[in-house]
Design a protein around this ligand. Structure first.
Ligand SMILES: Cc1ncc(COP(=O)(O)O)c(C=O)c1O
Length: 385
């Protein structure tokens, strides 16, 4: 482990759903509500709303923040998901560069990006390492901006002793199969804010015919079967996370003392929950090229991926070619009053430099696999000196 366990416990609860004949919360199913209550309690949040994916939660959260046509949403540039969620609601993503060591949004750079159009900020705890939430929240509160935490990589990660997802106005979690708690697909939003919870509920729970009374909402409900798996997996998830942390230690050990492969890490008190174990390649300063590193990893059969997508979010065709829908929306919305040249090269120089250097190990395989793989990484690093 962590290899996910799905056994009789899940099957029993799914059988209960089938036997009841209520496969949806809409027809009276009770399991989704139980899952939401259990997740909220586990996270020490007041409300949880389950949905069919984390993208749905992010979209609903952007809507709850009131960010729409003509508005801006601040995002970080490593993953594209925050920007996509902003665009789902016709808002324009504005990118803030990252810190080169945490790979998370750099709080020092946020204020310069805030305008009268800024309605929300989506911060990702990238690869499982918490962003500097106290500093981000202080800036957001000063400017009256809603903060959405994208915790898709960071289930049960903590920052200064508090779960990520509970610092901001909304926390979004993914149950997509690669994530720490995989349910096939699914997502959940947590919040202490009654108004936000109500809006999330219009996306996640209410029947469409009722939700139209409050505006335009999407049907993002989770099914009872997924919630049944979720209820049981939630009991197992802390065990998975404990093992992910142990697995990460194997890789920390494998690169210990290697100055050209510093770990992605935070100076603040935090617990990373390692969707990926991550280091950052800095070999050039030590006479080691990226090609040498790649070749040596291959020789030693170390299964390590380098560079993620190789580019920041704003370099994807979606943003560069202004793909979208409708008449120029969302990026060329006639209601938008900001600059039209928004995503030039060099916009986030640290992200442009650091993303291709990210050395990533996906943590969700057996411990035995990782022991061997960490040894292979160690051999590669030792060979290069
Ligand atoms: C950081 C991040 N946010 C959001 C998502 C979207 O999650 P989902 O597939 O549940 O919609 C992902 C999925 O890979 C992700 O990595």
């Amino acid at each position: 482990m962590p290899v996910r366990v799905f056994d009789e416990k899940e099957i029993d609860l799914i059988r209960e759903v089938f036997t009841s004949g209520q496969l949806s919360v809409l027809s009276g199913g009770k399991i989704t509500g139980r899952f939401e209550a259990a997740f909220a309690e586990a996270m020490r949040a007041k409300h949880a709303v389950a949905m069919n994916a984390a993208m749905s939660v992010l979209h609903a959260s952007v809507a709850a923040a009131g960010a729409g046509a003509g508005d801006e949403v601040i995002c970080d540039p490593v993953c594209v998901f925050g920007a996509v969620a902003a665009m789902y609601n016709n808002a324009v993503p504005v990118f803030v560069d990252i810190d080169p060591i945490t790979m998370n949004m750099n709080p020092d750079l946020i204020e310069a990006k805030i305008t009268e159009r800024t309605k929300a900020l989506i911060v990702t705890h990238i690869w499982g390492l918490p962003a500097e939430m106290d500093r981000i929240m202080a800036i957001a509160r000063k400017h009256n901006i809603i903060v959405i935490e994208d915790c898709a990589h960071a289930l049960f990660a903590t920052y200064k002793g508090r779960y990520v997802g509970t610092w901001g106005d909304v926390g979004s979690f993914s149950f997509q199969m690669s994530k720490q708690m995989g349910l096939g697909d699914g997502g959940i939003g947590i919040t202490d804010n009654e108004e936000i919870a109500k809006t999330l509920g219009l996306f996640g729970g209410a029947p469409t015919f009722a939700a139209v009374a409050y505006g335009l909402h999407w049907n993002y409900r989770m099914t009872e079967q997924t919630a049944a798996i979720g209820l049981v997996q939630l009991e197992r998830a802390r065990g998975y996370i404990a093992e992910l942390i142990e697995i990460a230690r194997l890789y920390d050990e494998a690169v210990k003392g290697c100055d050209w492969l510093p770990l992605q890490q935070s100076q603040s008190e935090s617990q990373n929950t390692y969707h990926f174990w991550t280091a950052i390649f800095r070999g050039e300063g030590y006479g080691i090229s990226m090609d040498d590193f790649r070749q040596t990893l291959q020789e030693e059969k170390a299964n390590v991926s380098i560079g993620y997508t190789g580019m920041p979010a704003y370099k994807h065709p979606l943003l560069q070619e202004r793909l979208g829908y409708g008449s120029g929306c969302p990026l060329d919305c006639p209601l938008y009053t900001g600059s039209s040249n928004r995503y030039p090269d060099g916009l986030c120089p640290v992200a442009e430099d650091t993303i291709p250097r990210a050395v990533l190990v996906y943590t969700f395989y057996s411990k035995e696999y990782h022991q061997q793989n960490a040894e292979a990484l160690h051999r590669a690093v030792a060979k290069l000196g």
